[in-house]
Design a protein around this ligand. Structure first.
Ligand code: 2PG
Ligand code: MG
Length: 416
């Protein structure tokens, strides 16, 4: 049994300068751990609810109420309580909250405790954090994930200049994370040089550190990514692949059509557009190609993309086992983007992960657009054997904390 001694929390700032939560949890043997948690901007409607103060301070985004809930209600309930592991702790947190969307105590407060308990438990057992995460699974097989790296941003992560939210690069020629990051550096530098020349100005960077030039249409993001890959001397397809996060919930119209830049498309026209992009470029995945409630057309998208590329669900499923089950039952997707703060506890995220795996889905473990310098995401991706990890670009310390942790794991462990 693991006995909790103290739980504390305070407000910190994330990579957008917005408040989020850090928490510290000490066990009765004085093993202590600190974690901080991220926050999204292009959030799904079915996500667990972060508690925000809604007051003038920080324009409504303050986390004082969530911090108070954590320091008073959660801390009082957990102090001197013993748990036989992560599941028991998370079950107690759910019981304390008592709502289906964690809106009473706040998903931000609850997740901070769930993760702090994980980190403290790992330290107590002298495990690396990824080993602890692996130990939560019935048949663990830790491994280094493939990198999916943000190159260009639009939509809510930039200034909305184009509809598509992200174009990502999968550097594949190296046999290690380290070699693939070096390859990505070349591509990023070439992309920045192309932008500088084309627009006679340096490209501004977006929330995740990706470049955000004033492209006129979304397809230019892919065209320019391909150009940068070529300019860097790599072969598109064999050495480098691409992916997109359309985040289509953010450009669906009230009558179920899609505003792709200056065009209004029907769902089937949009699906045809993705298909044509997947024919032209080696796309590994199309994430959120349709809106989160467009359940009718997701199966059509999946069927159209077929084996050519993955139909990856983010806002559609929100790391929520019930929504994942619906997506499995309707053949709406074949890959899951997993974000722990969409659901709010590690145990529920594990259920989401196992459900997706049981249907043969691929899994990408993802950061949020608002991140902190914490690096637990890298351990989660390795521990759970994610096929992919999505951290953002290769700039900005909140992203690099995770890449650098992958490099540390790669350096110290021989994982495939
Ligand atoms: C996404 C994420 C990360 P956000 O849509 O996949 O890129 O964005 O954290 O803003 O939801
Ligand atoms: Mg997404």
């Amino acid at each position: 049994m693991i006995k909790i001694k103290t739980v504390d929390a305070w407000e910190i700032l994330d990579s957008r300068g917005r408040p989020t939560i850090a928490a510290a949890l000490c066990l009765n043997d004085d093993t202590c751990a600190v974690v901080s948690i991220p926050s999204g901007a292009s959030t799904g409607r079915a996500e667990a609810k972060e508690l925000r103060d809604g007051e003038k301070r920080f324009r409504g985004l303050g986390c004082h109420q969530a911090v108070t809930n954590l320091r008073e209600r959660i801390a009082a309930a957990l102090r001197n309580e013993s748990f036989d592991g992560q599941e028991a702790l998370d079950a107690r947190l759910l019981e304390l909250d008592g709502t289906s969307d964690k809106s009473r105590l706040g998903a931000n407060a609850i997740l901070a405790v769930s993760l702090a308990f994980a980190r403290a438990s790992a330290a107590r057992q002298h495990l690396e954090l990824f080993e602890y995460f692996a130990s939560l699974l019935p048949s663990p097989s830790p491994r280094l994930p493939e990198l999916t790296i943000n190159l260009f941003s639009g939509g809510k992560h930039a200034f909305g200049q184009v509809a598509i939210q992200d174009v990502l690069v999968l550097p594949r020629s190296g046999s290690s994370i380290s070699a693939n990051l070096a390859q990505m550096y070349d591509i990023y530098q070439e992309a920045a040089a192309i932008i500088r020349k084309r627009y006679a100005a340096p490209a501004l960077t977006a929330d995740e550190g990706g470049l955000a030039p004033p492209f006129a249409k979304s397809s230019e993001m892919l065209d320019t990514a391909a150009e940068a890959v070529n300019a860097a001397g790599y072969e598109l397809g064999s050495e480098v692949a691409l992916a997109i996060d359309a985040a289509a919930s953010h450009f669906v119209t009230a009558d179920g059509k899609y505003r792709l830049d200056d065009q209004i498309l029907s769902p089937s026209d949009l699906i045809d557009t993705f298909y044509s992009w997947a024919e032209r470029y080696p796309l590994v995945s199309v994430e959120d190609g349709l809106a989160e409630e467009d359940w009718n057309h997701w199966p059509v998208l999946r069927q159209k993309l077929g084996d050519r590329c993955l139909t990856l669900a983010d806002d559609l499923t929100c790391t929520n086992p019930a929504r994942i089950q619906q997506a499995i039952d309707t053949a709406a997707a074949n890959a899951l983007l997993l974000k722990v703060n969409q659901i709010g506890t590690l145990t529920e995220a594990k259920q989401a992960y196992l459900l997706a795996r049981s249907a043969g889905w691929r899994v990408s473990i993802s950061a949020r657009s608002g991140e902190t310098e914490d690096n637990w995401l890298a351990d989660l991706a390795v521990g759970w054997g994610g096929d992919f990890i999505k951290i953002g670009s290769i700039t900005q310390s909140e992203r690099l904390a995770k890449y650098n942790r992958l490099l540390q794991i790669e350096h110290t462990r021989s994982l495939g």
